[in-house]
Design a binder for this molecule. Structure first.
Ligand code: XMP
Length: 514
């Protein structure tokens, strides 16, 4: 394992992903972890991430110098670079000479471990206030910028390396190459980590964990639960039962995708609970967004637990495992931890024990989203499932502004299907993050169609581009594609006489309308 020490500000996750792109397994640890504990993980190399602090700021995170003396190769980036410099006796000054953004880097030792084979002048991404003016003893300076005399240094004997910039971001044109040079040349690591290894490892781990007991997995129609279920299915076959709650709020064809395509690809036992009526009844008369979300969430848990109970009744209480599609970013964000948690399921429906303690099976907890997709692909799941864009749990229920009814859902499903079809046909699926299609059910406007006046509802298109859904920008879709979607929706969907485009970024708008 390669450890990425996290000094904050989200650089660590990106670095960990880049290391894995170099086919080397990486994990993130907080900078507050004692060095002895880091070393106990037997890392083949350690990377110190950037961070928001100045090394001079009071309370700025530090590291025990033992980390540089354990014989483990270390690569410091940005804050990690400055920390390495100051800890080992170099000089870092608060000169007021700041560099933010794209900067020209001058490589002074072209054949060095990090820079070999890369241009003498290259573009890098900087973000710092303090600057290193002298490298620690035993280090040679391998690059500089117009502002910073020491922008990179290396000590091949001790296997310690550092760069002032952020090689992990794409703006650093040779960043990935430099990271790979550290891993392969500096640390001597063989690139051997692949999604194939992950599958093998996880299958063995799941078999060991579950033994001859049984497991339940809830499918949502999304990528994570589908891949988690497929992995567990591969490991324990018919000991797994999948449950899909059809709440009637899915888009056109999505329930069939789970019922047919998922089952065909995996051979899983699938229980489909048709709860459409129940959700519609519970949502009747409700138009407040938060109330809708609460109702959908509550009904979902009730239906899912009822289904669990029925499975338990049928198969006996040895069903002790619940599969969840938790991903690595969730684990890192909730403070790490490698243990497996248990969750209690409180049933308010009569029958079996009140409290069943499930042990969680989380086969994706080491993976980033793009890796989950690769695993899914390797497990033979259909492209439509593996490449699916994000879709909210409450489904179309929060894309109807106003009360949710069967008629409105059917109408929105048609409009959404047209938009998706045209976006796919235009090859835009990878370019946009997602494109909610929203029905303004409480709004009507006047139109003219054929010979007559109409008084119909507007449909909103909300195409966005984003990296992580935390912020987003509205996508500049080609006018011809927008025109085609608009013409088709107004022609083909009864009661819709207007299509509008949402041109709001996030913030201030959220991606969804409710
Ligand atoms: P917002 O609207 O908050 O959405 O900008 C950010 C991202 O989260 C998705 N989203 C949800 N996903 N359950 C989910 O699983 C939810 O309740 C939910 N609400 C929003 C949304 O589609 C976008 O990708």
């Amino acid at each position: 394992v390669v450890l990425v020490v996290d000094f904050g500000a989200q650089y660590a996750q990106l670095i960990a992903r880049r290391v894995r792109e170099a086919r080397v397994y990486s994990e993130i640890v907080p900078s507050t972890m004692p060095v002895a504990e880091m070393l106990a993980k037997n890392p083949k190399a350690i990377i110190l991430s950037g961070g928001p602090s100045s090394v001079y700021a009071e309370g700025a995170p530090r590291l025990d110098r033992a980390i540089f003396e354990a014989g483990v190769p270390v690569f410091g980036m940005c804050y990690g670079f400055q920390l390495m410099a100051t800890t080992l006796g170099g000089t870092v000054d608060n000169t007021g000479a700041r560099e933010y953004g794209r900067t020209d880097l001058h490589v002074s030792r072209a054949g060095s471990t990090l820079f070999e084979g890369t241009p003498v002048e290259q573009s890098v991404w900087m973000s710092h206030g303090d600057a290193c003016s002298a490298a620690p003893e035993g280090f040679s300076v391998t690059a500089s910028t117009d502002v910073v005399p020491v922008a990179a240094f290396e000590n091949d004997e001790k296997k310690l390396y550092g760069v002032q910039y952020h090689p992990e971001v794409l703006h650093s044109t040779h960043g990935q190459q430099i990271l790979e040079h550290f891993l392969y040349r500096g640390a001597g690591i063989e690139p051997s980590w692949t999604t194939g290894n992950v599958i093998e490892e996880q299958v063995a781990a799941i078999r060991a964990q579950v033994g001859d007991k049984r497991a339940i997995c809830g499918l949502s129609g999304g990528v994570d639960s589908a891949v988690a279920a497929a992995l567990v299915q591969k490991a324990i076959g018919s000991q797994l039962t999948c449950v899909y709650v059809d709440h009637g709020l899915m888009r056109k064809g999505e329930t069939e995708q789970v019922e047919k395509d998922f089952v065909a690809a995996t051979g899983a036992n699938l229980v489909v609970v048709d709860a459409q009526e129940r959700f519609l009844d519970a949502l009747a008369g409700v138009s407040d967004p938060e109330t809708k979300r609460k109702i959908i969430g509550r009904e979902f848990i009730r239906v899912f637990e009822q289904a669990q109970l029925e499975i338990l009744q049928e198969e006996g209480p040895e069903v002790a495992f619940l599969v969840q599609g938790t991903l690595y970013p969730d684990i890192v964000e909730s403070g790490g931890g490698t243990g497996t948690a248990n969750i209690k399921s409180h049933h308010n429906v009569g029958g079996l024990p009140d409290d069943i303690e499930f042990q969680l099976v989380e086969p994706l907890r080491q993976l980033f989203k793009d890796e989950v997709r690769m695993v899914g692909q390797e497990l033979g799941l259909p492209e439509e499932i593996v490449q699916r864009q994000p879709f909210p749990g409450p489904g179309l229920g929060i894309r109807i502004v106003g009360e949710v009814t069967k008629e409105r859902l059917d109408l929105l499903r048609e409009a959404d299907a047209i938009a998706r079809e045209e976006l796919t046909a235009a090859g835009l699926d990878r370019e946009i993050w997602q494109c909610p299609v929203v029905l303004l059910a409480d709004v009507r406007s006047v139109g003219v169609q054929g010979d007559g006046r109409t008084y119909g509802h507007p449909i909103v298109l909300r195409p966005v581009s984003s990296e992580d859904a935390m912020t987003a920008d509205w996508s500049r879709l080609p006018y011809e594609v927008l025109a085609k979607i608009s013409t088709r929706i107004t022609n083909e969907v009864a009661d819709v006489n207007r299509v509008v485009l949402d041109v709001t970024s996030k913030p201030p708008g959220t991606i969804e309308w409710e």
